[in-house]
Design a protein around this ligand. Structure first.
Ligand code: URA
Length: 190
């Protein structure tokens, strides 16, 4: 039933022309992972690799995300349902525009409603701004749990940002993200 509803929604996304991004897309990018996962992870928008393959987080940032998930003992295919705020690639990977986010919002909200996760992980500022106060800074609030309308949200650094942060120090962004992911996994155990 759940998977049927998600399939129906995916078909809707596939034929969506609600914003101009449909003109330049190769594929729509709906989701990856498991619809019965307790964690929904939300990124920004598809990049070139995602547009080509029709799956979220399969490019360089996705490979780094996979490494960090492994370190936190989170199984990408079983423990996560991975989506983006936008289902189509913005040209040159520019930031999503307000009207594009608005046009895509109903799909994002419906995916969350159907999967009904215990925790929602907001990867980077774009995903965070879709749910939390726009004045928040990710560097200040990453790893914090926000409870809104009975849903728990945890912002973390975006893997594209982490690609430029190489330090292995305990308090460096990559280590902090692994720490955040470990905490998120724990939140799903009770
Ligand atoms: N960055 C994102 O935010 N999402 C993807 O799917 C890939 C890169």
């Amino acid at each position: 039933m759940l998977n049927e509803e998600l399939k129906k929604l995916e078909k809707e996304v596939h034929s969506c022309k609600a914003c101009p991004l449909f003109e330049s897309r190769i594929n729509t990018v709906f989701s990856d992972g498991s619809s019965s996962a307790k964690i929904v992870l939300i990124g920004e928008a598809p990049g070139a690799d995602e547009d080509k393959l029709g799956k979220p987080f399969v490019g360089r940032a996705g490979k780094l995300l996979d490494e960090l998930l492994k370190l936190a003992e989170i199984n990408r295919q079983e423990d996560l349902y991975i989506i983006n705020t936008l289902k189509c690639r913005p040209p040159q990977n520019r930031k999503p525009k307000k009207e594009e986010k608005l046009a895509c919002e109903k799909f994002l909200k419906k995916q969350i409603e159907l999967v009904n996760p215990k925790v929602i992980v907001l990867c980077g500022a774009t995903a965070m701004e879709s749910f939390l106060d726009k004045s928040l800074k990710i560097s200040k609030v990453r790893g914090s749990v926000f409870e809104i309308e009975n849903r728990k949200f945890v912002p973390i650094f975006h893997p594209s940002y982490l690609l430029r942060q190489h330090s292995k120090e305990e308090n460096a962004p990559r280590s902090l993200t692994v720490k955040d992911l470990k905490m998120i996994k724990k939140m799903t155990l009770f």
